[in-house]
Ligand binder design. Structure first.
Ligand SMILES: Nc1nc2c(c(=O)[nH]1)N[C@H]1C(S)=C(S)[C@@H](COP(=O)(O)O)O[C@H]1N2
Ligand SMILES: [Mo]
Length: 239
């Protein structure tokens, strides 16, 4: 293990100059994020699974950040979201575009017709709390397969009704535990936890698991990296 770790680290040092890294925003401290990213990607297997728990381990689960994008008094109210929610999300569509052969949109019943995955995992928030929940959804890889990702694809950008933007690399995007969840603890995903669809990125910190997802874009670059880096949070936070 020590040898493979050392080999991994030297591979990292050799490749970190040539490989595309998360954006640094001219912030020197951000270089350590790149080191974390490179180290995790070099040393850990791409498909290593985050720990899964049993149903008996499910804990109470606080809802944080946006809890209702349709709330007109909220920070970024979405009238469209409110309408969709009032209609029981029958008209909800997940848009999938960018570097794909077949751009399109998926209804919830279409998403539910894919093979599903259920996993009990620990959510770790950057604010210092964690909670265990059970998530059911469609692996992101199946949706990407259906849309036909082009060979130029390097990142998946994703967007929400409360106007969040974030992105992950293809290793996380194709990871078996990266799912678009429509169920939580055996029921439909509750409003405050991201109804009707949220992403679960189990090997990263909580804020990468975006709630209220409405669009996915397959991209060749991550541009400015989305909202979290703009607000001082790292783009990659492996746990
Ligand atoms: N769209 C959106 N996604 C989001 C957030 C948010 O405010 N809006 N908060 C993030 C943070 S910081 C955490 S810890 C989790 C919280 O998920 P929960 O409300 O289901 O506990 O969602 C993440 N995803
Ligand atoms: Mo969080």
């Amino acid at each position: 293990m020590l040898t493979s770790g050392v080999t991994g680290l030297s591979a990292l040092l050799l490749t970190s100059c040539s490989r595309e890294m998360p954006p640094t925003y001219g912030n020197l401290l951000r270089c350590s994020d790149n080191f974390t990213y490179g180290a995790q990607r070099s040393v850990l297997s791409d498909n290593a699974l985050a720990r899964e728990y049993s149903v008996a381990d499910i804990s109470s689960f606080p809802a944080t950040g946006t809890v209702d994008p349709g709330d007109p008094t909220g920070s970024s109210p979405s009238a469209i979201y409110r309408q969709l929610q009032e209609g029981g999300f029958a008209n909800y569509r997940l848009e999938v575009g960018g570097a794909v052969a077949r751009p399109g949109a998926f209804s919830l019943s279409e998403l539910k017709s894919f093979a599903s995955r259920t996993q009990v995992t620990k959510h770790v928030c950057e604010e210092g709390w964690s909670a265990i929940g059970q998530w059911t959804g469609v692996p992101l890889s199946l949706v990407l397969d259906a849309a036909g990702i082009l060979p130029t694809a390097r990142f998946i950008k994703y967007y929400s009704f409360d106007a969040w933007e974030d992105s992950i690399d293809m290793i996380d995007a194709l990871h078996p535990q990266t799912i678009l969840a429509y169920g939580m603890n055996g029921r439909d995903l509750p409003l405050r936890h991201g109804a009707p669809l949220r992403l679960r990125v189990e090997r990263q910190i909580g804020y990468k698991s975006m709630k209220f997802v409405n669009r996915i874009e397959v991209a060749e670059s991550i541009g400015d990296g989305g909202d979290n880096p703009k607000h001082g949070w790292a783009w990659f936070v492996g746990i």
